[in-house]
Design a protein around this ligand. Structure first.
Ligand SMILES: CC(C)(COP(=O)(O)OP(=O)(O)OC[C@H]1O[C@@H](n2cnc3c(N)ncnc32)[C@H](O)[C@@H]1OP(=O)(O)O)[C@@H](O)C(=O)NCCC(=O)NCCS
Length: 333
């Protein structure tokens, strides 16, 4: 048997820069409740959401991903031509193929970067960061751009009182590259396909076409079981990510959970017994649930507002349809 050469990359990988894009149109709860039997008070009390942003027609998945990426590249001080792989986590690029990542790579002016989309719903960005760290360390790519982007307003039934107030739009991106010290801890990830129906598109495209009254296959959700799963099972996943990174909750500075529901964020912090000194992302109040974009959007805001400082230790954790989840500890760039 002929032995093959193998690749090897940097000893360590880290987040080098983060950027985000917030769509221009602010949608307050007052607008949501025009179409459903609900109230601003109920929505705030049960979810913590005060408003969200829904993209205008010009704010496409491609456009938002490119804008967030440009800011991440600037923050990292990296030229787009140094990017060798672009990973876009999204469920709202409305073309089955090709991947929107190829357009994003092209718009940014990367030089023939590998580019592909991943479908891990709300957990997509943390899946991407885990993969990017391995690609950099394994020698498959020098620098990787990881983007979480969604236009969930396209997939939201504004008349469904179980979901209309939750889902929203936006983009966040991070540059992952070589580092002298470990900046991305081991990923803890998994899925529970037995709960495939907990959050899903109502029909697949063939059912839509066959239907007498074709309609967008909107997202549907069993809110209560999802809530219970996220609030309890995800605390264990977060703890495992801390353990695998070799740190305790006392050594954590920042907690950036998926922005699904303020009560889930609070329950996770309580179950994980995070000290009061840990700064917690609460972007959901202004942004709603932006699925794959929520973690980088929230992290970028904390960096911009001085809540997350360079060199601090942050736990990222995201979870959603699948039911898929992923978590890792990172060093704030
Ligand atoms: C959606 C969610 C906020 C609903 O909150 P909940 O406390 O579970 O609400 P329930 O579905 O149990 O309903 C409780 C009551 O509120 C009512 N209700 C449901 N939706 C309502 C709405 N939009 N406005 C007002 N009342 C509503 C129900 O009819 C029910 O009334 P009843 O007690 O008289 O029967 C919550 O389940 C949730 O956040 N789930 C997880 C969502 C999530 O994280 N999704 C994404 C993961 S990526």
């Amino acid at each position: 048997m002929t032995a093959l050469k193998t690749a090897s990359g940097a000893q360590h990988a880290a987040l080098l820069g983060v950027g985000s894009y917030r769509p221009s149109r602010v949608v307050p709860n007052a607008e949501i409740v025009e179409a459903i039997d609900s109230s601003d008070e109920w929505i705030q009390q049960r979810s913590g959401i005060k408003q969200r942003r829904w993209a205008t027609p010009e704010e496409t998945v491609r456009m938002m991903a490119v804008e967030a990426s440009r800011k991440a590249l600037d923050a990292a001080g990296i030229d787009a031509r140094q990017i060798e792989c672009v990973i876009v986590a999204t469920v709202s690029h409305m073309l089955q193929t090709p991947a929107v990542a190829t357009l994003v790579a092209h718009d940014l002016g990367t030089d023939n970067a590998a580019a592909f989309d991943i479908s891990a719903a709300c957990a997509g960005f943390c899946h991407g960061v885990g993969m990017a760290a391995d690609l950099v360390r394994g020698g498959s790519a020098g620098h990787v751009l990881v983007i979480g982007v969604e236009r969930l307003s396209d997939l939201t039934d504004v008349g469904d009182r179980g979901t209309a107030f939750i889902f929203a739009d936006g983009a966040g991106a991070a540059v992952v590259g070589p580092s002298e010290t470990p900046g991305i801890g081991p990923v803890v990830w998994g899925s529970q396909g037995e709960h495939f129906d907990h959050i899903r598109q109502r029909e697949d495209w063939r059912d839509v076409i066959a239907s007498e009254k074709p309609r967008m296959p909107h997202l549907v959700m069993l809110g209560n079981p999802v809530f219970r799963w996220a609030a309890y099972a995800m605390a264990k996943v977060g703890q495992e990510a801390l353990d695998r990174a070799g740190i305790t909750a006392d050594q954590l500075d920042v907690f950036v959970p998926h922005q699904a529901n303020m009560r889930i964020i609070d329950a996770l912090a309580r179950s994980m017994k995070l000290p009061a000194t840990v700064k917690i992302a609460r972007d959901i109040a202004e942004m709603g649930n932006t699925s794959a974009a929520s973690v980088p959007l929230a992290l970028d805001r904390m960096i911009a507002e001085g809540q997350a400082r360079s060199g601090e230790t942050a736990l990222l954790i995201a979870f959603g349809a699948g039911l898929a989840y992923a978590a890792q500890v990172v060093t704030v760039p």
